[in-house]
Design a binder for this molecule. Structure first.
Ligand code: CTP
Ligand code: MG
Length: 250
């Protein structure tokens, strides 16, 4: 499959849910993170470009903050120019888990495999989408992309270290995370889905006893969380990724 950024048609039974309904508290700019500009375009536009370029799915459901006209317009524009893809917008919930559930409810019944992706991982390369979707297609019910942990990590209680986990066994987790749709729906129906400590869908799978497989992630799939991450994303776009021609929309 071509590695360029042209928009490719994906598999008809694969859907991607892009969660973009968060408020971006840690970025601290006073607007939803997906709406923040990076090299002149919103993080949501960067994220959707990656999703569509990956060519793994025909259906993309974008989960937005309530009443966000700017992001609704971004999705409408993408829907217009995304040849061969169906791009829908739905409203998210108070937690990431609730937003994923809103996306799941909007997926057409024909979808059998779901990739859940953070809009905040706006520069995720197409190869990560492909590795995840290929692993699910090969029969794994839950697949997550991971990268090695570079820092030494401590478990702390109060202001005291209680343990130092073996770094060689630790991985940092990224998105897209890929799942068999029915298994993901069952996991979201379980008790753990109300736990505010749940930060990704793989945790719900683990709580339900489903085996979660890992594939290689990519440093460029980092999450824009803080102001420093935004600076890094700007630098990546300026220096590494040449500007992509955009179709005229008006
Ligand atoms: N997300 C969502 N709905 C929520 C919370 C988060 O769709 N209620 C999405 C975010 O838009 C983001 C992804 O989940 O793409 C990962 O969340 P995070 O990085 O925590 O984003 P925010 O919640 O927006 O940031 P913060 O936690 O700093 O407020
Ligand atoms: Mg958050």
């Amino acid at each position: 499959m071509s590695q360029n950024n042209s928009r490719q048609s994906g598999r008809a039974d694969v859907g991607v849910i892009v969660v973009a309904a968060g408020s971006g508290q840690r970025l601290g700019l006073g607007i939803p993170k997906a709406r923040v500009l990076c090299a002149g375009r919103t993080l949501l536009e960067h994220a959707l470009q990656g999703v569509l370029a990956a060519g793994v799915a025909d259906v993309v459901v974008v989960v937005l903050p309530p009443g966000d006209d700017v992001l609704s317009a971004v999705v409408a524009r993408e829907a217009d120019i995304a040849q061969g893809h169906q791009v829908l917008a739905v409203t998210g919930g108070r937690t990431r888990t609730a937003s994923v559930r809103a996306g799941l409810e909007a997926l057409p019944s024909s979808i059998r495999t779901v990739l859940v992706h953070d809009a905040a991982r706006a520069l995720t390369p197409p190869g990560v989408f492909r590795r995840v979707s290929e692993a699910v297609a090969a029969g794994m019910a839950a697949v997550i992309p991971v990268v090695p942990v570079v820092d030494t990590v401590k478990i702390v209680q109060g202001n005291m270290v209680t343990e130092t986990p073996d770094r060689a066994a630790l991985r940092a987790v990224q998105t897209p995370q890929g799942f068999d749709r029915a298994t993901l729906l069952a996991a979201h129906a379980g008790e753990a889905s109300d736990d505010p400590r749940v930060t990704d869908d793989a945790m719900l799978m683990e709580a339900g006893g489903v085996g979660v497989h890992v594939v290689d992630g990519d440093p460029l799939a980092f999450k824009v969380t803080t102001a420093l991450d935004l600076v890094v994303a700007e630098a990546v776009l300026a220096r590494v990724i040449p500007a992509q021609p955009r179709p005229a929309t008006d």
